[in-house]
Design a protein around this ligand. Structure first.
Ligand code: TYM
Length: 332
């Protein structure tokens, strides 16, 4: 039986962090055995925020190296850069006719960007969810492993797929956001406000490239208070965040012990953060070292991207052929 199809992408806009790992990459690694997987670096999407493109090549190779270091096997999954698959741009153009200005303007990520970069509200930002839908639908994917922040984009991809199918005939499955057996994840930042992110609040985000001392420093600076004074007190958000981070990287028994200490209450946040810092170092250091080694091997990464682009285009060109036919764009 043919394997079900999975697509996901990451923008090359900075160092990858724990949010990227637990929201997306960990699922990629788990899915690679059972699904036909297409994972790509979303370089076109990154242009919407006008990065310094002299850094682009380095960033793209780094994202690939970090994904392989996290456990992706390039023999099992198709890895490529979005811009190497021009069929995505054609599908993007066609889907744009089914996307309405009003709904695009209402997208949360668009509104965030308008707030963050008021002098650069370009059309690419507005149509960002349409390009993302093209990324997914080009392989007619069923599942899309992503973090919670991408949920609305997936809902829009389903709407565009539905509209296409309704207008031109059944072609696209409606893609679902995916996290193994769980709700979509939002990995919180260390300052108690918002989520870990590639560009905002760098000191509150743990990057997969951070060295051991920096990891320790960041964790030790995380927001706490003088601790609960009554048994079974309610837990402030920023302490809940620390427990959430601990549950991702520490032994269950460790997290459990600190939870009991909180309830008694006999917790010492300094001890908890020291433990969390050491467990973070243990988790991040091997990925960082492996990624550094893989990143050195430019010819391996270039070859991999060329092969990935070819495989991706094979699948994409079949979809484009069917899309043109469905619409009636076929004259010879
Ligand atoms: P990007 O590059 O911002 O993030 C890559 C992946 O990491 C997840 N993520 C998080 N998950 C949990 N907690 C966090 N703090 C956190 N921060 C980031 C994101 O949800 C994402 O899964 N628009 C996408 C890239 C993209 C894409 C696609 C994804 C372009 N086309 C098609 C899937 C399918 C983005 O900007 O992700």
């Amino acid at each position: 039986m043919a394997k079900e199809i999975v697509v996901s992408g990451i923008r090359p806009t900075g160092f990858l962090h724990l949010g990227n790992y637990f929201g997306a990459m960990r699922n990629y690694v788990r899915m690679q055995e059972e699904y036909e997987c297409y994972f790509f670096v979303a370089d076109w999407h990154s242009l919407t925020t006008h990065p310094d493109t002299k850094e682009l090549r380095n960033s793209v190779l780094r994202v690939l190296a970090e994904n392989i270091a996290a456990g992706l096997d390039p023999e099992k999954v198709c890895l490529y850069a979005q811009s190497d698959v021009p069929e995505i741009a054609e599908l993007f153009l066609l889907l744009n006719m089914l996307a309405y200005k009003g709904e695009l303007e209402k997208t949360t990520t668009f509104k965030d960007k308008v707030r963050l970069q008021p002098d650069n509200v370009n059309a690419g930002l507005l149509t960002y969810p349409v390009l993302m839908s093209a990324d997914i639908l080009i392989h007619r994917a069923k599942y899309v492993p992503v973090g919670k922040d991408q949920e609305q984009h997936l809902e829009m991809a389903r709407n565009f797929a539905q509209r296409f199918n309704h207008r031109y005939g059944e072609l696209f499955p409606e893609p679902q956001a995916f996290n193994f057996g769980n709700q979509l994840l939002k990995v919180p930042s260390l300052d108690g406000a918002g989520k870990m992110s590639k560009s905002e609040n760098q000191y509150a985000t743990l990057y997969l490239a951070d060295d051991d001392d920096l990891i320790r420093k960041k964790v030790m600076k995380a927001k706490t208070d003088s601790g609960p004074t009554e048994p079974n007190s309610s837990m402030p958000d920023y302490i809940q965040n620390l427990f959430q981070l601990m549950s991702l990287v520490s032994e269950d028994s460790t997290t459990q012990k600190f939870r009991e200490d909180f309830d008694k209450p006999s917790i010492r946040y300094g001890d908890m953060k020291k433990q969390l810092a050491e467990d973070m170092v243990k988790f991040i250091a091997p990925i960082r070292e492996k990624a550094n080694a893989i990143r050195q091997d430019e010819s391996f990464l270039s070859k991999l991207m060329k092969e990935g682009a070819e495989r991706s285009r094979e699948s994409a060109s079949k979809t484009i052929e069917l899309t043109r036919k469905a619409i009636g764009l076929k004259y010879f």
